[in-house]
Structure formats: structure tokens, C-alpha cells
Design a protein around this ligand. Structure first.
Ligand code: SF4
Length: 581
């Protein structure tokens, strides 16, 4: 991965010759290099422009004026989205969520994020780039917190709107490690279990139990991986944690290393956050200097543990833990069959614990302050706090640390939302709920969420929203299994027919049966959740389907266009078909 990423950056493509050279140099098969180079959005076998403008086309960007921004970029660059200019200077691409929904429309220019765009800003950026400016020189105003540091130097804003007792509380580097080292690894796992901490990535698996499985798995080498590949449209909280609480993340990973008996840790960082890589490496270097990483950590003989950063290259499916492991191994980000589970056989065959960025912060705080303290926060069934990334139709988008148990209504009030028609809870793989559910609580026993929340007011067409999310899943499916590869495409086409006014009453049943089949027969979490935008809008917004669908009257499916179907034959025969109703 590192080699192909470097080749892409230096030469603008991973060419056929480069693949041969890489395969020879690292002693693998050429097809392995090719499968990698053709899998990831940020890699290409065809030469890209010197400057690549990746314009985020997430639904929130669309709601915030993407169309005008895209048009301005296209006119100024003289190319359409998906093209490279004839002189090889520029490429313009539309990409799914880049983790900046709270400051949309946004784009990455090479690795440099530019935010809060409008048509005028887009034209000015292009003028500067055409005048020879380096993308980094486009940054005229720095964001808050560590975004303004020399090592990040970014215009991105943290937009931390509410702090809480866990993640955004003051951090004392090394305290959780010191507390852990005063215990045996088994006692650390005991405390993790007693805290009842569940994974913050969305699946909610008990962290202590996962660590126990990994510790007890056979193998001389064990691995801790931090999943920093948040790609769920609407999520951006991990970006803020990595910017402001990197020490806490690494502290949690180190505690995990001690508990499970690991020597190696990997932070898998999504390609969209490459602008944070240098800063994160600096934090790691400082921790090594302070004796918090490396050999004999905190002078504890025999506890050797270090962390490296593995960059991703633009693939949503790599947020799935086995796909992430494949990617960290330098392969396509293909999900793996389970069993064996990563705790038994994960990264390069080693027993591996994969936890989310926020989970590592929470566990560090548990070991710092104790499981009893942690259990007093939140609700009986969901102890602790949760970071929410909130965007869409509200006046205060950003990151909120809230205790579990907050109702959706309270959340909407907190973020300044009004006239709300729908809330996407947990990104498109979660659920889209209607106002009758707004008194439900954000917690594992009620509305579980990985943290991506998008708000839609009554001006939005929820069918079009569902169709957009299906387009996203079609794009991001790895293609391995048919239900996900073909089924999501069929769902999307049916929604397009309905949006075009060619749906009929039976289509709801078709969508429900197909969506359920995809969920039940797909291999990994992506396919098992991808029909949710369709299924949850059918469940919670039946009226929008009833309004859009018409009864079948002519004996032909409403979606069947007789003229289009007979047109080619009529052209060959040289005469017109006459249709008699
Ligand atoms: Fe790939 Fe989709 Fe199958 Fe997962 S469910 S393995 S993403 S095709």
C-alpha cells in the first residue's frame, strides 16, 4: 500500500511498468499489485493531473450548494467531473464523503482539504492553482485547535460544540498506562469487562470480551489495530479526535497492547485524512521519547509495544474490520470469511484486536478513572458518553459529546434544527427515522448509532435521499458477492423508476423482498446494512412511496417503455410501430 501510494503521488498513476517493477521488488505476483492499484479510489492505472480536485458529492454537500461549486470548478478548469485536462495539469473528480459534512461543500485538492466552498471561492482557487500555486498555499486561514499547528496547517475547523466527561476531558499522557502496568493484563481485561464498554464504531461488541478472546488466542505475536477509517457518510468525529486527542487514542492502544500481549500496533488512517499523517507521526515520536512506546514502556521490563500508521487509499468497505486488515496487509480491501475471527487469526495471521478511535479513548479513560466511575455516566444499559457528528439541516453542525440516553428531540434542539422531517441515525447503514420516533433515546438498547447523524427538513425529497445512499453503496460494494453487487444496483434502479414517476404499487413489496434478501445473504456488514435507506424509508415514510406510486392500469408494467423497447426493431424494419391501448 505504501509503495503504490507513493508511486501514485510521484508519477500520477500506477502504470503497467510500475506494477511489474513493484511486483519484482517485493517478491509478489503482478496481479496482486494490479488488484490493489485498481481497487482504491485514490489509485489509478491511468495518469491523473498534477493537481487532483476531489469534490465531495455527499448528500450534505448537495444540500449545501454542491451543484454551483461543481459548475464553477468545471468552467474554470475547462473539464467535466471525471476528466483530466489535456495538458495533464488538473483532474476533477466527484468522491463520496471526505469527512467534512459540517463544513460542506468541501473538497480535497491533492491532500489539502478546502472547506465551506461556494462558486466564487472555487473560481479563485483554480485561478491561484493555474498561476502556479502549490495546493498548500491555498490555505489563507487556519482552523481551530491543532488544525492551526505547523504540522497540520489546515483550514479545517473542529466544530466541537459540546464537550463531555470522556473524550474531551483533560488528558494526562501516560496515566492510563501507569494504572494498567500496576495491574496484571488479566486484571486490565477484568476492568474493561466491568466497565461494560461497547465498541463505539457501531456494532457495539463488548471491548473487554474482544480483548479476552485475543489474549487467549494461540500465537507468539499479537496485533492491535485502530480503525481510523471512518467513511460512513455524515461521520467526521474521528477526524476531530485524531486532531485534538491523538495522545488519548495512542494511550488506549498501548493499554490494549499490554492487556492482550501485543507488540505491534497499527493506526489505519483513511486516505482522506492524509493531511493529519505528519502530525500523528510527531505525536508517536514524542511518546517514544517519553518512554510511552517502544521497549520496556515506562520501565516495565518485557512490555514492548510500538505503533505505526498505515494509510488507506479511499475505500469505504475498509471500515469493515476484516477488509481493513486485508488493506493493512497491502491487498485489496476485501472482507474475509469468518470464522476465523480477527481475534483468532487477523493481521498477517496474528491474533488481532480491532477497535475504533473513540473506543480506544473510552478505554483509556476507564483505566484512568476506574470502571465504577465509567458506569455512573450514561444509562444503565449504555454506560459512558458518545460522540455524535451532526450535519444537515441545522444551525449548529459539528461534534457533540453527549451522555447516552439523550432523546432525538433533545438532540435536535441542541443543534438548532427546526421543521425536521427525518433524521438519519448512524449513517446510511443505520436507519432513517420519522418524527414519531423523535422521543426515542440514543443508546444501545434503543437507537444505537456509530455517531453519524444527518438531519433533513421538510424541504427534502426523502426518496431522492434514499436513492443517493443506494448509489453510494453500489459504488462502494467490493463486488465479491452477488446479492450486494447486483442487488443494490437493482434497488437503486427501482428507486430511480419511482422517482421518474414510473413506479407502481407492487414495487414496495419488490423493494422489501429484495432488500431483505440482500441483508440476509451478503457476506459482510456492508451488504448486510446497505438496503437500510430503502427499508427504513418504506417503514417510516410509507406516504412518500404511496404518493409516488401509481396503480398498474394498462396491463404493462409502469416501468416498461413500449416505444423504447420496440424502437430499435422499428428502425431496422424501416417503419413505425403503432401501439393500440
Ligand atoms: Fe463485498 Fe458487499 Fe459482499 Fe461485503 S457484502 S463482501 S462489500 S460484495
Amino acid at each position: 500500500m505504501d509503495i503504490v501510494r507513493t508511486v501514485q503521488r510521484e508519477y500520477g498513476a500506477v502504470s503497467s511498468e510500475a506494477m511489474d517493477t513493484i511486483a519484482r521488488s517485493v517478491g509478489c505476483k503482478r496481479v496482486e499489485v494490479e488488484s490493489c492499484a485498481t481497487f482504491y479510489a485514490f489509485l489509478s492505472t491511468e495518469k491523473k493531473g498534477e493537481v487532483v480536485v476531489r469534490l465531495c458529492n455527499d448528500i450534505v454537500d448537495q444540500m449545501s450548494g454542491l451543484a454551483e461549486v461543481q459548475q464553477a470548478f468545471e468552467q474554470a478548469l475547462g473539464i467535466s467531473a471525471g476528466q483530466t485536462s489535456a495538458d495533464g495539469a488538473f483532474s476533477l473528480e466527484l468522491v463520496p464523503c471526505i469527512g467534512l459534512c459540517d463544513q460542506a461543500p468541501a473538497a480535497l485538492i491533492n491532500d489539502v482539504p478546502v472547506t465551506n466552498l461556494d462558486a466564487d471561492k472555487a473560481r479563485k482557487l483554480v485561478a491561484e492553482l493555474k498561476g502556479g500555486a502549490d495546493p498548500q498555499a491555498l490555505i489563507k486561514r487556519l482552523g481551530d485547535g491543532n488544525n492551526a499547528s505547523d504540522l497540520v496547517h489546515s483550514m479545517v475547523e473542529n466544530n466541537i460544540r459540546r464537550t463531555g466527561p470522556l473524550v474531551f476531558a483533560p488528558v494526562e499522557p501516560g496515566k492510563a498506562i501507569a494504572n494498567a502496568l500496576a495491574l496484571t493484563p488479566q486484571e486490565v481485561i477484568r476492568d474493561a469487562k466491568a466497565s461494560r464498554l461497547r465498541g463505539r464504531g457501531g456494532a457495539g461488541f463488548p471491548t473487554g470480551m474482544k480483548w479476552d478472546f485475543t489474549r487467549n488466542a494461540a500465537g507468539p505475536v499479537k496485533t492491535v489495530i485502530c480503525n481510523a477509517d471512518e467513511g460512513e457518510p455524515g461521520t467526521f468525529k474521528d477526524r476531530v479526535i485524531l486532531t485534538e486527542r491523538a495522545d488519548l487514542v495512542f494511550e488506549g492502544m498501548t493499554v490494549a497492547g499490554y492487556a492482550i500481549g501485543a507488540t505491534q500496533g497499527i493506526l489505519y488512517l483513511r486516505g482522506e485524512y492524509a493531511y493529519l499523517e505528519e502530525f500523528l507521526n510527531h505525536v508517536l515520536a514524542k511518546r517514544r521519547e517519553a518512554g510511552l512506546l517502544g521497549r520496556s514502556i515506562k520501565a516495565h521490563e518485557g512490555f514492548d509495544f510500538d505503533i505505526r500508521i498505515q494509510m488507506g487509499a479511499g475505500a469505504y468497505v475498509c471500515g469493515e474490520e476484516t477488509a481493513l486488515i486485508s488493506s493493512a496487509e497491502g491487498l485489496r480491501g476485501d472482507p474475509k470469511n469468518r470464522p476465523p475471527f480477527p481475534a483468532q487469526k487477523g493481521y498477517l495471521g496474528t491474533p488481532t484486536t480491532v477497535n475504533n478511535v473513540e473506543t480506544f479513548c473510552a478505554i483509556a479513560r476507564v483505566i484512568e478513572e476506574g470502571a465504577g466511575w465509567f458506569n455512573q455516566i450514561g444509562t444503565e444499559g449504555s454506560p459512558g458518553s458518545k460522540l455524535l457528528s451532526i450535519s444537515g439541516d441545522c444551525s449548529r453542525p459539528g461534534v457533540y459529546e453527549v451522555e447516552f440516553g439523550l432523546t432525538v428531540n433533545q438532540m435536535l434542539q441542541m443543534v438548532g434544527a427546526s421543521d425536521t422531517q427525518a433524521v438519519l441515525m448512524g449513517g446510511p447503514s443505520g436507519q432513517i427515522i420519522d418524527p414519531t420516533k423523535f422521543d426515542r433515546r440514543i443508546e444501545y438498547d434503543d437507537l444505537a448509532t456509530g455517531g453519524a447523524i444527518v438531519i433533513f427538513d421538510t424541504s427534502r425529497n426523502m426518496l431522492a435521499v434514499a436513492e443517493y445512499y443506494m448509489e453510494f453503496f453500489c459504488e462502494e460494494s467490493c463486488g465479491y458477492c452477488t446479492p450486494c453487487r447486483a442487488g443494490n444496483e437493482l434497488l437503486r434502479r427501482k428507486l430511480q423508476e419511482i422517482l421518474a414517476g414510473r413506479g407502481q404499487s407492487e414495487d414496495v413489496d419488490y423493494l422489501t423482498r429484495l432488500g431483505t434478501t440482500i441483508k440476509e445473504s451478503s457476506r459482510c456488514g456492508l451488504g448486510q446494512t446497505s438496503p437500510n435507506p430503502v427499508l427504513t424509508t418504506i417503514e417510516n415514510f410509507p406516504a412518500i412511496y404511496q404518493t409516488a406510486l401509481k396503480p398498474q392500469t394498462s396491463g404493462l408494467l409502469n416501468s416498461f417503455d413500449l416505444s423504447a423497447a420496440t424502437g430499435p426493431a422499428a428502425a431496422i424494419a424501416g417503419h413505425k410501430s403503432v401501439h393500440v391501448e
